[in-house]
Design a protein. Structure first.
Length: 130
């Protein structure tokens, strides 16, 4: 059976998994375990700056239901763009301890290169233009 993968660039909504906190310098501090969020969390988080600019959430990758999906290659175009644009690298042994790695769409696609460039998705929102 095909296991569904999670999008690590998900929105703050009931049932999403909180897996990281974005530091003031834009780097992600990964939690040791992800936390499923509820409506109360979402309501509180929406009182400040956009929750997606302060936290990282994961949720089910909806593949062709998402505008980032590339039908030809059946891949997430956002990950491809992220890796190509920022081109950072990291060795497998230096990967951050990210709690969603086993099911992360970006990691499944680009392996450690996805993790090396993961923080850049919000640090450089303009360059990513999504
Ligand atoms: S790309 Fe790597 S660091 Fe980013 S969410 Fe996926 S597994 Fe975690």
């Amino acid at each position: 059976m095909k296991t569904s993968l999670s999008c690590p660039s998900y929105i703050a909504k009931n049932g999403a998994e909180l897996f990281g906190i974005i530091n003031s310098d834009g780097q992600v501090h990964y939690l040791s375990e992800s936390i499923k969020i509820d409506d109360d969390f979402v309501d509180e988080a929406n009182k400040g700056r956009k929750p997606e600019e302060r936290f990282r959430f994961a949720g089910k990758c909806i593949e062709k239901g998402c505008k980032q999906w590339v039908s030809e290659t059946k891949e997430c175009g956002l990950t491809q763009k992220l890796v190509r644009t920022f081109n950072k690298s990291i060795s497998l042994e230096n990967l951050p301890n990210c709690p969603i790695r086993q099911k992360c769409r970006w990691f499944a696609q680009e392996q450690e290169l996805a993790c090396a460039n993961c923080s850049e998705v919000f640090r450089n929102k303009e360059a990513m233009s999504f």
